[in-house]
Ligand binder design. Structure first.
Ligand code: GTP
Length: 365
């Protein structure tokens, strides 16, 4: 029986306020929670038992899968205190049934990837590895820890983020998908916080463990930041990235109960949730519009997320913005890029502008 673990216990701080009430893996991308895309991919790769390593808002995962009827067994390993990626893997390992030599797939719960999981498993078996890591190549490696390998794909070291060009010895980075030999996974301490990248893997390499990389140029994106999150969702809709849960490539994914005015344009792989109302001449580009959201006439929403039950007034402009749920943005606001609006916030009409004239001063001088 092929088994897998998905790491889903992080707080997702970089995606606040979206993650204030919803763990990152349960946020919707391209019409389904992200974890459902991952589960579908695991099932396609022949996985029959998956353990969710949960901690932050753990109960919501059981709620999400309460009515799951497909042919996959789901277990939950809940950490009272987050144990880090390594501790979480060990803690989830208690619920596996595989033998000591069996390969166990482990996925980070926030990576959208086109990698062929069966190929990673094959590579692991061929090399008789202790751990096999999926590695991806990035154009600018300076923001990442690097993973150089030798000609046979054996991992040489795990390097900190490079500070100088000389330290950029490879463009390969850890892609957040691993295969562990069960006995190796069982040897990770499970009673304290441990990072696989900073502790488990480097120690294994230093001890001469058989750690291999499987490097590919498949689609890969870490959905941990707001912009990456909207881009990942849009890529699934337009077909740049694939998931068994998404239909043929499209310009937008609009829920059947949403109302979109005929003069509105919804483009670039945007999604529009249930009961949302998109008014005349609105433009929504490469964005995620949540359930029950209202966008009034002439609003422009670009590379942004508007969480459920919020309202954006007429003529308002959002670029690379994140609007929490139940927020109100009055008419003709122009929000600066990368702004995050808290859940329930209320911005009056013309309250924030980057250009043009601000509202007249209401006080009498
Ligand atoms: P940020 O707070 O925005 O950095 O996000 P995060 O909390 O998700 O952290 P990060 O992106 O580094 O985590 C990578 C993956 O590991 C995500 O899928 C997390 O859910 C998961 N993860 C991180 N820490 C833990 C932990 O302590 N326990 C468990 N079970 N999962 C974790």
């Amino acid at each position: 029986m092929q088994e897998a673990i998905i790491l889903v216990g992080g707080k997702g701080t970089r995606l606040r306020p979206l993650t204030n009430h919803t763990p990152k893996p349960l946020l919707e991308v391209a019409g389904s929670s992200f974890i459902r895309h991952q589960v579908a991919k695991l099932m396609d790769a022949g996985v029959e038992h998956v353990v969710f390593a949960t901690s932050y808002l753990a109960a919501l995962f059981e709620e999400e899968f309460r009515d799951f009827t497909q042919d996959l067994e789901i277990s939950y390993a809940v950490e009272e205190v987050p144990l880090g990626t390594g501790g979480a893997i060990r803690n989830a390992g208690r619920l596996l049934r595989a033998g000591a030599d069996a390969p166990v797939l482990v996925l980070n719960g926030d990576i959208l990837s086109g990698v062929d999981l069966r190929a990673v498993l094959r590579r692991h078996e061929d090399r008789e590895a202790d751990v096999t890591l999926h590695l991806t190549r990035v154009p600018d490696p300076r923001a990442f820890g690097l993973v150089p390998t030798d000609e046979a794909g054996r991992v040489l070291s795990f390097l900190e983020k490079p500070k100088t060009p000389q330290e950029c010895v490879t463009d390969q980075i850890n892609a957040g998908c691993y295969v562990f030999r069960r006995s190796v996974l069982d040897a990770v301490p499970g009673d304290r916080e441990v990072s696989v990248e900073q502790e488990t893997f480097p120690r294994l390499v230093a001890r001469g463990g058989r750690v291999f990389g499987h490097t590919t140029d498949d689609y890969w994106r870490d959905l941990g930041t707001p912009l990456a999150f909207v881009h990942g969702s849009a890529d699934l809709v337009t077909g740049r990235a694939t998931s068994p849960l998404v239909g043929p490539p499209a310009e937008a994914l609009i829920h059947p109960t949403a109302e979109v005015h005929p003069t509105a344009r919804v483009t670039g792989g945007s999604t529009v949730g249930a009961r949302a109302v998109i008014g005349p001449r609105v433009v929504v580009d490469r964005s995620i519009i949540g359930a029950g959201v209202t966008l009034a006439e002439g609003a422009l929403i670009h590379e942004s997320v508007v969480d459920h039950d919020s309202a954006i007034g007429s003529g308002s402009v959002l670029r690379e913005a994140v609007v929490g749920c139940h927020a109100r943005v009055g008419a003709e606001n122009e929000l600066p890029a990368q702004l995050r609006l808290a859940c329930g916030i209320d911005i009056p009409a013309r309250g924030v502008r980057l250009s043009g004239t601000a509202a007249a001063c209401p006080t009498i001088h």
